[in-house]
Design a protein around this ligand. Structure first.
Ligand code: SF4
Length: 690
């Protein structure tokens, strides 16, 4: 399309949708982005998916953008335009009033995982220095917090171990667990498919017939919520067959004897019964994985979004440790992070337990270091996780909330309890582009800007820090997000000079050892050559770290976590006999606040649907395309039935993108004990013809 017209400029930047981190040009004509053009970036190799090609610029110029600060009129309930001074004065004074009356711990602030690192760093700094609390978090809490916690505990670093290129170009076997990359990380999905075409074997472990299952050598269509049993079964077979890497175990791990004792009971027959899979297929998968020269485990939310999500993640580590497939090319344990900069949001310290670079709040030396760097007294107590903030608001313990670019009414489980929490707050502020479902509950809306209107960096799923560049001017009275935050900090009494994004990155590098060698100037330099830098990158002459844990784990020895299988928190029963799983589809990005502004994407997929097994549908008198009523213990919605065999009997699946039937009215907010991640992947529902 772009060839049919002259563009005035092409701006190289990073796609704002998933964490693949594809590089592309924004093509600008008459001050507007009119198209994108793929660039040969390190993670995308000149490829883009439909969201990158079509869904990443209509929202930038959409007429529904909020471009003035809005304050809700308490009497009418309507939002009214305000000046920046009015809005910022009100926000700063209300938060400080709450702090004075109820204490610092009554405030919380969440950062946006779709925003650049520089914005996120400033949000957590504002919460810590001005609110005086560590009640800060980001949406990783509801997607990959289990990866951050689980991989940190077992390996010492909660991030993908190997680059995308390495785990798709080199291995002879790929084990894909609870991940549907053709929909959620399409350019990774394309590269996995290319790997299969060149002869790489593929093991798919997923409760659904995802697209890649058709290309798999083995598809273990396991019952949702049984990942730990599956992994223990794989390890049982590997040990029974004598395929474990004794040298690696002896030299580089601890805890082997305990896990060996545990997995002894997870015979293929027992695991087949728990997971509803074939024992012979399990054996074949275990042997195929163990015997491969190079075999990465690639996983996603099918592993993490469970009440035992962290144990599921640690079970992925256990399998890789057992066969010594860590710290090597073409191997590793590789979580595909969801949002474009959710890796960065965790790295930047938008976390109740961690300062930037995973420096622990619980460590007094770390607190002292940040007190010195930021020249203020800091709260030494770890804060509340985002998923605990909402129940705390309902209890009256959280009174004031600042949300930057998140939409928990759509994304968080058990929508009723999220709305109840927002309505319980004394004061709620949101920094947003659009009037989202969550923004409607705010007292004040502060209009920030999109990725195409600012400078900064995103960190993709493979820890690669890449540039985000300004292509078009800021609309109306909207303001740079970092300027909004800095103005608020000054109004709340913390003297924060205005900084450019490059200057903020310099500050990040000065307090974050793993980012010590990263700067905008270096990312833009010929030396880096548009490939970004993968952290850890501690010094200005360090080339970055493509593969983690080479020779030594970040925690010293790799730790086998002794995980036992525990069933999901809510299982089907007579009243609610069907398991519901939730997930994403190719055409939309999380809340569809961005992709929903592209008419063509909405035309392809614009409405809620639920996948139902054909045997269940026949029993319930439901046909493909019928309207169905879905009920759980928490809510009721209507949707449209898609009948087939994609899901097994007794199971169902639906996306959470659509307001005309969002799965999260039904989902269960049961939380994982380590990471406090909710169990989106298993709840019990009843399905009836509407
Ligand atoms: Fe954007 Fe992800 Fe698609 Fe790449 S794969 S173009 S990053 S949405």
């Amino acid at each position: 399309k772009y060839r049919t017209y002259q563009v005035e400029k092409k701006v190289l930047t990073t796609c704002p949708h998933c964490a693949t981190g594809c590089q592309y040009y924004l093509l600008v004509k008459d001050g507007k982005i009119v198209d994108t053009e793929a660039y040969n970036g390190p993670s995308n190799k000149g490829l883009l998916c439909v969201k990158g090609r079509s869904g990443s610029f209509d929202f930038v110029h959409h007429p529904s953008r909020i471009t003035d600060p809005l304050i809700k009129n308490k009497e009418t309930g309507e939002f009214e335009k305000a000046t920046w001074d009015e809005a910022l004065d009100l926000v700063a004074s209300k938060f400080m009033e709450i702090k004075k009356k109820y204490g610092s711990e009554s405030l919380a602030g969440f950062a946006c995982s779709r925003s650049p690192n520089e914005d996120i760093y400033m949000v957590q700094k504002m919460v810590r220095t001005c609110f005086g609390t560590n009640n800060t978090d980001n949406c990783a809490r509801v997607c990959h917090s289990a990866s951050v916690a689980g991989l940190a505990m077992t390996l010492g670093s909660g991030a993908m171990t190997n680059p995308i290129e390495d785990i798709t170009k080199k291995p002879d076997v790929i084990m894909l667990v609870g991940s549907n990359p053709e929909e959620a990380h399409p350019v990774v999905g394309m590269q996995i498919r290319q790997a299969v075409q060149r002869g790489c074997k593929l093991i798919v472990v997923d409760p659904r017939d995802i697209g890649l299952a058709k290309h798999a050598d083995i598809h273990l269509k396991l019952k949702p919520g049984t990942n730990v049993a599956f992994a223990n079964g794989i390890m049982n077979v590997i040990i029974s067959e004598g395929l474990q890497d004794e040298k690696f175990i002896a030299e580089r791990t601890e805890g082997y004897e305990k896990i060996k004792e545990i997995v002894k009971d997870y015979t293929p027959e027992k695991v087949a019964e728990i997971c509803h899979i074939d024992a012979e297929d399990l054996k074949k998968a275990a042997i195929m994985y163990a015997k491969a020269k190079m075999a990465p485990i690639i996983y996603c939310l099918g592993v993490t979004e469970h009440s035992t999500g962290t144990e599921g993640v640690m079970s992925m580590s256990n399998m890789a440790l057992l066969v010594g497939k860590l710290g090597r090319e073409g191997c590793g344990v590789n979580p595909l992070r969801g949002q474009n900069n959710v890796q960065g949001a965790c790295d930047m310290g938008a976390s109740p337990t961690d300062f930037p670079g995973y420096q622990k709040v619980a460590n007094p030396e770390v607190v002292a270091k940040f007190e010195k760097a930021w020249n203020t007294k800091l709260n030494p107590n770890p804060g509340l996780h985002a998923t605990d903030v909402f129940p705390a608001a309902i209890k009256g313990d959280i009174k004031g909330l600042y949300i930057y670019g998140e939409d928990p009414v759509v994304t968080d489980p058990d929508t009723h309890h999220i709305i109840k929490a927002l309505e319980s707050l004394d004061f709620f502020v949101i920094q947003e582009l659009f009037m989202t479902e969550t923004a409607q509950y705010a007292d004040v809306i502060l209009p920030g800007v999109s990725y195409a209107e600012k400078e900064g960096t995103f960190t993709n799923t493979e820890r690669r820090v890449q540039r985000v560049r300004k292509a078009v001017t800021i609309p109306g009275n909207a303001r740079l997000d970092t300027d909004i935050i800095i103005d608020l900090m000054n109004r709340m009494g913390y003297p924060q000079p205005h900084l450019t994004a490059a200057e903020i990155m310099d500050e990040i590098a000065s307090v974050t050892p793993s980012f010590g060698g990263i700067s905008h100037a270096r990312l833009d330099s010929e030396e880096v050559g548009g490939r970004g830098l993968q952290w850890p990158c501690p010094t200005k002459d360090h080339p970055g770290t493509p593969i983690m844990h080479v020779g030594k784990f970040a925690r010293g020895l790799g730790w086998f976590y002794p995980a036992e299988y525990v069933p999901s928190a809510e299982l089907p029963d007579e009243e609610y006999p069907i398991i519901l799983m939730t997930g994403r589809i190719l055409y939309h990005y999380t809340t569809r606040a961005m992709t929903g502004k592209t008419e063509e994407l909405m035309e392809i997929e614009g409405h809620s649907f639920i996948e139902i097994n054909e045997e269940d549908a026949a029993e319930l008198g439901i046909q493909n395309g019928d309207k169905v009523r879905l009920t759980s213990r928490r809510g009721q919605i209507e949707s449209t039935a898609r009948v087939g065999t994609k899901v097994s009997k007794g199971e169902s699946w639906m996306p959470f993108h659509f307001p005309d039937g969002n799965a999260n009215w039904l989902t269960n907010a049961a939380l994982d004990k380590y990471a406090r991640i909710p169990e989106y992947k298993v709840c019990a529902i009843r399905i009836e013809k509407a």
